[in-house]
Design a protein around this ligand. Structure first.
Ligand SMILES: [Zn+2]
Length: 404
């Protein structure tokens, strides 16, 4: 079964470690790579020589500020070793970004998504066109694109690039591998958007000088409700998942959800649900396809002025979220929850309900409230999550393909 010798596998693993250190810390000297990876100086010399010869990393010399002494030599990922395309699908559009191997953004544009009902097939065509447009604008060779990293809200099959269910296309599945394989040799990956947010928060924690890596959850509030979770075992093993939180049962036979079920968390906490509650529309009314933030802003303004039904709508939403979180934490462990997404605009109105919903559980009464934080810039987190994951996959692929 083993096709590669164990020495070769060790060498690959060490090369990946060195590349990961350069990803995390930027350009590094020989000694710094050795420090960050814990590998010997001789091993680093062999690895960097191989990676440089294969065009994966490059050396730069910096003269010391004094102008005397030997110049400082640093290694970094070589920008033109390959390219990554990031495709972010959201409720109102698709954003395409081209990024080089060193992680530098080269080009970006967004396209609006038409809200037509016979969606999935037309949408797939639009994505293929968008990718072609990005490629032709850049003038890079098609085979230099090593990976296309796609994200969406909804349920994703983790081992294949298949979108199983999404708020936009419902049960119309999209197999991006099949849709793009004819045109592209690049590896194609698809992730749930809030999973990427959680991964980015986790990477920020690792980079920061906090008390060290721990489990965390990311909760994205908007038209739909997303959850990403990173769990850490004692051995430092990491497990990232995006459970189907928004469609977890909140109330049996409750409000009608966009997924077709009744009583989901989203049917109380999604934007359409807050709208429905604030205007006292029966909760079996078919959810609005899309609610502009400006509509929610108006409800929030009325709630802040003391309008009873408007503030009740936000409180109900908060309780659904708090109850859901308490169940999640009861099944896993106590961990901080970071709240992101357009719904953070209403956190002042949601927070009392969230805390009330959490406080109803035995776990929270025993161990206290989990830490709740708000991070406003969700698009930045999504993009960071894409880069972290995609570039490390590319590093692994390059090393595994052999460095010649
Ligand atoms: Zn649902």
């Amino acid at each position: 079964m083993l096709t590669k010798s164990s020495t070769e596998l060790v060498r690959q693993r060490n090369s990946v470690l060195a590349l990961a250190a350069l990803r995390r810390h930027g350009a590094l000297s020989h000694t710094e790579i050795a420090d960050f990876t814990g590998l010997s100086s001789a091993t680093i010399s062999a690895i960097t020589a191989d990676l440089e010869k294969a065009g994966v990393i490059e050396k730069s010399e910096q003269q010391a500020a004094s102008g005397r002494g030997r110049p400082r030599v640093q290694f970094r990922q070589r920008r033109d070793c390959g390219y990554l395309i990031v495709v972010i699908i959201s409720s109102d559009g698709v954003q395409y970004s081209l990024v080089d191997y060193a992680g530098t953004l080269i080009d970006r544009f967004s396209e609006e998504r038409s809200h037509d009902p016979d969606g999935a097939a037309r949408f797939t065509e639009a994505v293929r066109d968008g990718l072609e447009r990005l490629l032709s604008r850049s003038r890079i060779a098609r085979d230099k694109v090593l990976l296309i990293s796609i994200s969406s809200k909804g349920l994703v099959r983790s081992d294949e690039a298949v979108l199983l269910w999404s708020p936009i296309f419902g049960n119309d599945q999209i197999d991006f591998e099949v849709a793009l394989r004819l045109d592209w040799q690049a590896r194609i990956v698809l992730d749930n958007e809030t999973l990427l947010v959680a991964a980015a928060l986790d990477a920020r924690e690792e980079g920061g000088s906090g008390e060290g890596p721990r489990s965390l959850a990311a909760l994205s509030l908007g038209h739909s409700i997303g959850l990403g979770i990173v769990r850490r075992s004692g051995a430092g093993e990491r497990e990232i998942a995006a459970p189907n939180f928004g469609h977890m049962l909140h109330m049996p036979n409750g409000g009608l959800c966009r997924c077709g079920s009744r009583g989901c968390i989203e049917a109380y906490a999604g934007f359409y649900a807050i709208l429905r509650m604030a205007f006292e529309v029966p909760d079996d009314t078919i959810p609005a396809k899309f609610v502009p933030v400006s509509e929610l802003d108006k409800i929030a303004q009325r709630a802040r002025q003391g309008h009873r039904m408007s503030s009740f709508a936000f409180r109900q939403a908060g309780i659904a979220l708090g109850n859901g979180l308490s169940r999640l934490l009861s099944l896993t462990e106590r961990m901080p929850v970071t709240i992101t997404g357009p719904g953070t605009r209403y956190f002042d109105l949601l927070r009392p309900g969230i805390e009330e919903g959490l406080a109803q559980s035995h776990l929270v009464r025993m161990e206290g409230m989990p830490e709740l934080r708000v991070v406003l810039d969700e698009p930045m987190l999504v993009f960071e999550g894409h880069l972290n994951r995609a570039l490390s996959v590319i590093d692994g692929d390059i090393v595994e393909a052999g460095l010649g």
